[in-house]
Design a protein around this ligand. Structure first.
Ligand code: KG4
Ligand code: ZN
Length: 357
């Protein structure tokens, strides 16, 4: 069975083709060879939005419109799909959450393909797809790893989601203001590092001292599992202002120390609260996902902390951390198997830009 995934919720136009072995249905796990990503094409608009320091929704939509046909054709070509109608069995498309004008482009494109070739279509929750990106590699049977405490960290979300089974999610905690990826982006902008900030911060942080500037880890000791990043971002703003007093510019070493100190503060609270939530909710595993899960400091230290507590730990391969359509494909597939209802016809799939768990 072949699935075509489409993702346009933010600033990546992405199309992927997956081949799956339906053996998964019985075992509810993915063994080596069960699932193959035949193509995973991502056209990023990073350069376009960089000058604005963040994604501009209408510009994103315009670019998706320009690029989607080409990305679609490339994904089919790389996957060696010659006859869409005969070879593609299911379409999976992001229906939310995301930027409305951007989502509409992918959704309308997918519905048109579904209508034209009469292929069943399934609308996917982007956040669930980040979680299910963990299933793009071998994951044993769900019963061996669940309940799972998922830390979903991206440019738009910072969430702790307890997963008891496919489709059974409970939101345990979330950010009260900025998402952690957004904080990385804003701090990078303050340091003049450009957009997206996450990879830029982690790159220079390697040469910095994480203890040089004591920055706050907001809500580290709060009783709930919520997060807050606006205070940390403001603390970096004041630190920069104090260091730049009398017209001095930040040195390369100071920038590296700020980046390392910020990264440590931002990640410490994620690690501590995820482990605490996993223990409190009786989770067997901790799974990490979303764009910020590409951060090496977070990947390594959350893994170490989880394993120390006897929890299993999983994270997607680096190419599936930021937005991509392979994760939309795997989420569509898992939902298709799980749902008792048959997939939708093209007219039934609706956008929901504020969709959550
Ligand atoms: O999941 P994603 O591609 O898009 C959303 O759904 O938001 O996440 C993008 C976010 C950006 O804020 C970016 O700065 C952050 O992920 N990011 C990182 C790293 N790579 C990407 N943050 C920290 N460290 C990284 N290595
Ligand atoms: Zn995302």
């Amino acid at each position: 069975m072949k699935i075509l995934g489409i993702e346009t919720s933010c600033d990546e136009t992405a199309v992927a083709v997956l081949e799956v072995n339906t053996d998964f249905k019985k075992k509810k796990g993915i063994k080596p060879g069960d699932l193959k990503v035949l193509s995973n094409i991502v056209s990023s608009q990073i350069k376009l939005h960089a000058k604005y320091g963040g994604v501009v929704p209408n510009l994103a939509a315009r670019e998706h419109t320009k690029n989607i046909s080409h990305v679609f054709k490339t994904a089919l070509k790389v996957a060696k799909v010659k006859d869409i109608k005969k070879e593609i069995n299911l379409l999976a498309v992001t229906r939310g959450p995301g930027l409305s004008p951007a989502l509409l482009v992918g959704l309308t494109f997918a519905k048109t393909v579904s209508w034209k070739y009469n292929i069943p279509i399934i609308g996917v929750n982007h956040l669930e797809a980040h979680i299910l990106s963990n299933w793009l590699k071998t994951v044993g049977e769900i019963s061996n790893v669940s309940p799972i405490m998922n830390l979903v960290v991206s440019g738009g979300h910072t969430e702790l989601v307890l997963m008891k089974d496919f489709g059974k999610y409970e939101l345990v905690g979330e950010t009260l203001d900025d998402a952690v990826g957004e904080a990385f982006d804003k701090v990078a902008r303050l340091l003049g590092l450009g957009y997206p900030g996450g990879p830029a911060i982690s790159k220079i942080a390697v040469n910095g001292d994480p203890s040089h500037y004591p920055l706050p880890s907001p809500m580290l000791n709060s009783k709930n599992f919520d997060f807050s990043y606006s205070g940390l971002k403001t603390a970096v703003l004041y630190l920069k202002r104090d260091l730049e007093i009398k017209g001095k510019k930040l040195t390369k070493a100071q920038k590296a120390d700020i980046a390392a100190s910020f990264q440590k503060s931002a990640c410490e609270v994620l690690i501590k609260k995820t482990i605490k939530a996993a223990k409190q909710f009786g989770a067997k595993s901790v799974f990490l996902s979303g764009g910020v899960s590409g951060n090496v400091y977070l990947r390594e230290n959350l893994g170490i902390a989880a394993i120390k507590e006897g929890l299993k730990f999983n994270k997607p391969a680096p190419e599936y951390t930021t937005d991509n359509a392979a994760m939309i494909g795997v989420a569509g597939y898992i939902n298709f198997l799980k749902n008792k209802k048959t997939p939708d016809t093209w007219s039934d799939v609706e956008m929901d830009s504020n969709l959550n768990f």
